[in-house]
Design a protein. Structure first.
Lengths: 511, 376, 323
């Protein structure tokens, strides 16, 4: 017996040319909550996937409870007492909770006997850890927070002593996140070891005992949480002083260029995702929409940019109404001065199989600069693309390279160049820096500010509250499909956090 | 985070790997020849000799290739739009009406070059209509196009039997076919083309449709890579979400792509009806629509690949017929097996040898530093 | 009474033609519920029918014929599995390929081995499946209504027929009451959940396609050893595709599959019955229309005019571990 639950020695892993984990050493003490923090793409998830047997390390050893253990597949991980709650839940959506918990741990060929036993065991676990869920509920009908509890129950049902949670709060409201943290503390008190992967500093400070920082595939430091600070961790994470504020002048708002009035949007299942939303965006200002992912921001963006039909309400673009409930047409809106950088760069903003130059005209492929009659003007398209590559520093400078071969940051620059260079009056941007490297983030933020200063109306949606606060002139908070409040970007973070959780104060209620 | 895989040179991607897949398909076919007790080597020799050894053989090879260029282009066009059109067979079959009717109406009064444009139009139109219905059903009703086009092949077959037996058959005739067209409904042979190389096509039905097929291949290339429509089709094929974002109307593109695909398949009917038999008879398509799938997969949906792939299958058809004289155990159905094997190895298993080749090239690249630059 | 007897006759042939449909559609169900689309049912059935005809023709042993049919069909299913699971190829393309390979190989090999224009030798008594009378069938036959139903409709079928119908509840039980079924349904919906639960997605899907192969094999054997006395080239004649359509129409549920197959079988039986006989009110219907009717109906059904068929969510998509 050892008091170290997990020890990693010299773990190394490459995917093709990408060195995801470089000689990683880590030890996690028993009965603690150990945080692993790092930016997107720092290699945290890869490391945990190795620990869970999802990938094989190229080199290095894993010790569980002091003994060297080869974890060849998830089965071996489960046998070693390791359970994992994935960022994207690994649940069968049209199965019941019970079926999901049993899957892979059925105990016998015929289910009947196992069901009774599983039901009893589930009830015991639910009581022990405050993990109440209805065993017969269908997963897709449960709120996200409850789905996550099912994931935890799955791990516990298999007898996990070590629980890995990968970005568990990304999809949760603050209230749900609080509940999760209560559960985690309870688990810790019962002697379980928890590894928490996140890129949110506040969570690390709030709940962990120790924290390890990863940066670009390397483990750069391990600290006792009580002895460190947010500033120190942030610096370790990024590798240099973080620019918490983007330099910008005071906004000089002009006319209203984008007006949204009482907009209601339903998703493909008919669920109202945007409810009676109204706001304005003026020339020369950035309006940021903050909120936890999944509170209707995506649907709002798509309705404003003409991709999704709205049920009712009005949208005015440069004072002229858009036919929101009729045949919405992104092409028409583009012609009227709307530019849109979509959230989903890989499937919507770009066609990854296309040459760079082909993506540089996506959505503008009917423009007379690029077509003559029915034919594409290939030379003109490539020349134009090459110019944008220069001015946006897109690398490598090859207009005929397949877009999939560019890095995330450069891909995003391809989209930005396309949308910004059209001199739109309204710019709608979703998650501008998701999956983008640090260098490119600064560049992108600067460009967005430049657009504002050039008198464009900018609507910004991001789940990164820091990004919203540093770029926006006004912050709207969206919760459960509604705008629940407007704040200055300098407003207290806790206040914004409460709004994002749907907690509105009396002042809002009266208004 | 998307990571570029080790990129292979274009000639490997578009040349070597398809070639290896093809060779494997033929090796397996060779095993079948062995299984029926014949020598694969002798069969191959007979095949090449029969297909390319003399003028008439070449004429037949190119005659069959004409069919496959059309149907291969049809399947490829749909592939670019992300659609799998298995209905080329039925579309070509129904398009026969579009060829036969102008010929029956005009052949006695005007020369062939007046009939021809009407026949082209008729063929393209009927093929397009027969493909449009599944396209429309997919666009508006969400029916899976693969299943609907399969069903439409069966429906086409019943429809054509009915028309040939009960409607188009001349009175007093027993055979389920139209009357034979006179000069105004017959396409001229391309004997002069092979004659220029000192070859005599003899009785081979190699005719003007071949040139039309080459023109169609060029037009398809232009449409796909040089027009706005092609850009929209490819965007849809790669990512329907990106198409929606770009303001491309998905339903419209699905229907147009299917119509273009059907029109190409339909034009195949010109070759046997106007170019060879000079009448429409039962089952004149005889599987060419399905061969198109193999041809498109082998030719990587690019006209420059489809033409050689079609000629290869033309060779199999013609050479296969020759083999069956010499080797009675091997009938035309051998081609169906080869076709299946080509679809399997060039289509479903297209990446089977890729890892080995990629690592081979990685080793070669490592030996010569500086050749493989990592992407940014 | 005359109509009643005609009805019994039609229903009897409905059952007869439905059996291969049920077997093939259930075969497809195992594969597709596991997330492997299979349009190669036709080819597997055809190859199985040939193997059954050939082996039973030579040995005059029905059981050997059945075994050969299942072996050949499973082999083709494994090819499809290799392409779709191991190589992550396009499942539709693979299915098409198998259909062609089977269509060509059955003729080439049949001609090479038997020299009968693609047919296998006629099967004698021992090489065929025979029909079985249920107890008291002869005695009860005289009773009005119940008698004909029992003696003519329920009795007097092949063992394979009873097997096919028994496989319907059996499949339901396997799917919803066993560990294998739970995992099979899970892997067709979210293979990631199966993988992280420590179950091999690959092996599970291979077992599903093997089940598919076994059932297609029985379907093929029924065609050449029970329904007729030997293999004839192209004898599946689109039944694999009708079975596929029935599977979709049944929304991938076992009991629905049986009813869908009986419906299509009924249409088939009617079309044979109606040939040359004018329908009241409508008059003479072209035989070709009746033959095309199942396909036309399928298209109409697929167009979603009756409910909406939602396929297994992971269907047709090769499983790749997310990064």
């Amino acid at each position: 017996m050892s008091d170290i639950a997990i020890e990693l020695k010299g773990i190394d892993k490459s995917f093709g040319a990408v060195h995801a984990n470089k000689n990683i050493n880590l030890s996690v003490r028993k009965g603690t909550i150990h945080g692993i923090i790092g930016e997107n793409g720092a290699g945290k998830s890869t490391l945990m996937s190795i620990l869970y047997g999802f990938y094989q390390a190229d080199g290095g050893d894993v010790f569980v409870d002091g003994t060297r253990t080869v974890i060849r597949d998830p089965n071996a991980a489960i046998a070693a007492g390791i359970g994992m709650v994935h960022q994207h839940f690994m649940l069968v959506e049209n199965f019941t909770v019970l079926e999901n918990v049993m899957l892979g741990a059925e105990e016998s060929q015929v289910l009947t006997a196992g069901i009774t036993k599983a039901r009893a065991e589930l009830r015991r676990l639910e009581e022990e850890y405050e993990l109440e869920v209805d065993a017969d509920a269908i997963i897709e009908e449960l709120p996200v927070g409850n789905q996550q509890r099912v994931e935890i129950l799955k791990a516990l049902y298999r007898g996990a002593d070590i629980l890995i949670l990968d970005e568990p709060t990304g999809v949760l409201t603050p209230a749900e996140a609080d509940h999760l943290f209560r559960i985690l503390r309870q688990l810790k008190d019962q002697g379980k070891t928890i590894i928490l992967i996140t890129h949110k500093l506040r969570e690390i400070m709030a709940i962990t005992d120790e924290v390890s920082v990863m940066r670009r595939g390397e483990m750069v430091a391990t600290r006792t949480t009580a002895d460190t600070s947010v500033e120190e961790l942030a610096e370790l994470m990024v590798g240099r002083r973080v620019l918490l504020r983007v330099d910008k002048d005071e906004a000089r708002p002009g006319d209203v260029l984008l007006a949204v009035e009482k907009l209601t949007v339903r998703d493909s299942r008919g669920v109202a995702m945007v409810k009676d939303v109204s706001f304005d965006v003026r020339a020369g200002e950035i309006v940021g929409i903050a909120g936890v992912a999944g509170n209707g921001q995506s649907e709002l963006l798509e309705a404003v940019s003409g991709i999704r039909r709205a049920e009712k309400g009005r949208i005015l673009l440069n004072g002229e109404p858009i036919d929101v409930a009729g045949r919405t047409d992104p092409a028409e809106l583009r012609a009227r001065g709307m530019a849109h950088v979509p959230e989903d760069r890989h499937h919507m903003g770009l066609v990854l199989a296309f040459e760079e130059s082909e993506n540089s005209i996506l959505g503008y492929h009917t423009d007379p600069r690029y077509v003559s009659g029915a034919f594409l003007n290939i030379d003109g398209i490539r020349r134009d693309a090459a110019e944008k590559m220069e001015s946006y520093d897109i690398r490598p400078r090859d207009v005929r390279l397949r877009t999939a071969n560019f890095s995330g940051g450069n891909q995003q620059k391809i989209v930005l160049a396309r949308e910004m260079e059209r001199d739109p009056s309204v710019l709608v941007i979703g998650q501008p820096t998701r999956g983008v490297d640090v260098g490119a983030i600064e560049f992108i933020h600067k460009r967005i500010i430049e657009m504002r200063d050039a008198g464009k109306a900018v609507l910004l949606v991001s789940v990164e509250l820091d990004e919203i606060r540093s770029l926006s002139d006004r912050v709207l908070v969206m919760f459960d499909g509604r705008i629940v409040g407007e704040r200055s970007p300098d407003a207290n973070e806790g206040e914004l956090g409460l709004l994002m959780a749907g907690v509105t104060d009396s002042r809002e209620a009266a208004a | 985070m998307s990571v570029p895989y080790g990129k292979l040179p274009a000639w490997v991607d578009f040349g070597l790997i398809p070639l290896i897949n093809l060779v494997v398909a033929f090796l397996v076919a060779g095993l079948v020849v062995l299984a029926v007790g014949e020598s694969p080597l002798r069969a191959a020799a007979l095949l090449v000799e029969g297909a390319f050894g003399y003028g008439e053989g070449i004429g037949y090879t190119l005659y069959y290739a004409t069919n496959f260029i059309f149907t291969g282009l049809a399947v490829a066009m749909a592939f670019h739009g992300g659609l799998f059109n298995i209905g080329g067979e039925g579309q070509a079959y129904v398009a026969g009406i579009g060829v036969a009717l102008p010929c029956l109406w005009l052949d006695q009064y005007v020369p062939w070059f007046v009939t021809f444009p009407f026949a082209i139009l008729g063929a393209a139109l009927m093929g397009a209509v027969w493909a449009m219905i599944p396209g429309w059903l997919q666009a508006k009703r969400g029916s899976h196009i693969v299943i609907t086009t399969i069903m439409f092949n069966f429906i086409a077959s019943s429809l054509m039997v009915y028309l040939l037996v009960d409607v188009l058959k001349p009175a007093g005739s027993m055979a389920p076919q139209t009357r034979t067209f006179v000069e105004g409904g017959r396409l001229p042979k391309l004997d002069w083309l092979l004659g220029a190389f000192g070859l005599d096509i003899g009785g081979a039905p190699f005719n003007l449709s071949f040139l039309l097929a080459l023109i169609a291949a060029f037009v398809v290339w232009v449409i796909i890579w040089r027009t706005r429509l092609g850009y929209e089709i490819r965007t849809m094929g790669h990512s329907p979400k990106a198409a929606r974002y770009a303001g491309i109307r998905e339903n419209r593109i699905i229907i147009i792509t299917m119509m273009l695909s059907g029109a190409l398949a339909g034009m195949m009917a010109l070759n046997p009806i106007m170019g060879d038999q000079h009448r429409m008879q039962l089952d004149f398509v005889s599987g060419a629509g399905f061969v198109g799938i193999a041809v498109a997969l082998m030719g990587r949906s690019h006209p420059a690949g489809i033409i050689p792939a079609a000629i290869l299958f033309g060779m199999l058809y013609q050479g296969g017929a020759e083999i069956s004289f010499e080797m009675p155990e091997i009938s035309r159905d051998m081609i169906v097996i080869i076709q299946g094997l080509v679809i399997l190895f060039a289509g479903a298993l297209e990446n089977m040898f890729r890892p080995a080749i990629t690592s081979l090239f990685a080793t070669l690249g490592a030996a010569r530093p500086g050749t493989a630059k990592p992407a940014e | 009474m005359e109509y009643f007897e005609a009805l019994i006759v039609i229903l009897q042939s409905t059952v007869r033609v439905s059996v291969p449909l049920i077997l093939a559609a259930l075969a497809g169900l195992y594969s597709e519920r596991a997330g492997i689309f299979d349009i190669g049912l036709e080819g597997k059935m055809l190859a199985a029918a040939f193997a059954a005809g050939a082996v039973a023709g030579i040995t005059q042993n029905a059981l050997l014929g059945l075994t050969a049919a299942m072996a050949v069909s499973v082999a083709l299913a494994l090819v499809h599995g290799f392409a779709s699971i191991t190589q992550r190829g396009n499942q539709i393309v693979s299915g098409v390929a198998i259909n062609f390979i089977a269509a060509g190989a059955t003729v080439i090999l049949g001609q090479a081995w038997f020299h009968q224009g693609g047919q296998t030798p006629r099967l004698g008594e021992g090489g065929r499946f025979v029909t079985h009378e249920l107890p008291f069938a002869a005695e009860i036959a005289g009773i009005p209504v119940l008698g004909p139903i029992y003696s003519n409709l329920l009795s007097g079928h092949f063992l394979l027929t009873y097997l096919a119908f028994a496989l319907v509840p059996a499949t339901w039980w396997v799917l919803y009451r066993t560990r294998f079924g739970l995992r099979l349904r899970a892997v067709g919906e979210n293979p990631g959940a199966v993988d992280t639960a420590g179950i091999s997605v690959t092996w599970l899907r291979y077992r599903a396609v093997i089940c598919c192969g076994l059932l297609c094999g029985i379907a093929g054997a029924y065609l050449s050893m029970a329904m007729t006395g030997g293999f004839v080239k192209g004898m599946t004649a689109g039944k694999g595709f009708i079975a596929l359509a029935a599977l979709i129409f049944a929304k991938w549920k076992p009991v629905n599959v049986m009813f869908a197959c009986l419906l299509f079988g009924f249409l088939d039986a009617m079309s044979i019955r109606l040939q040359g006989n004018p329908l009241p009110l409508i008059g003479q219907v072209p035989a070709q229309f009746m033959q095309a009717l199942p396909y036309i109906l399928t298209v109409i059904l697929l167009a979603g005019f009756i409910g909406k068929a939602i396929p297994p969510r992971a269907g047709g998509v090769p499983y790749v571990k997310e990064r």
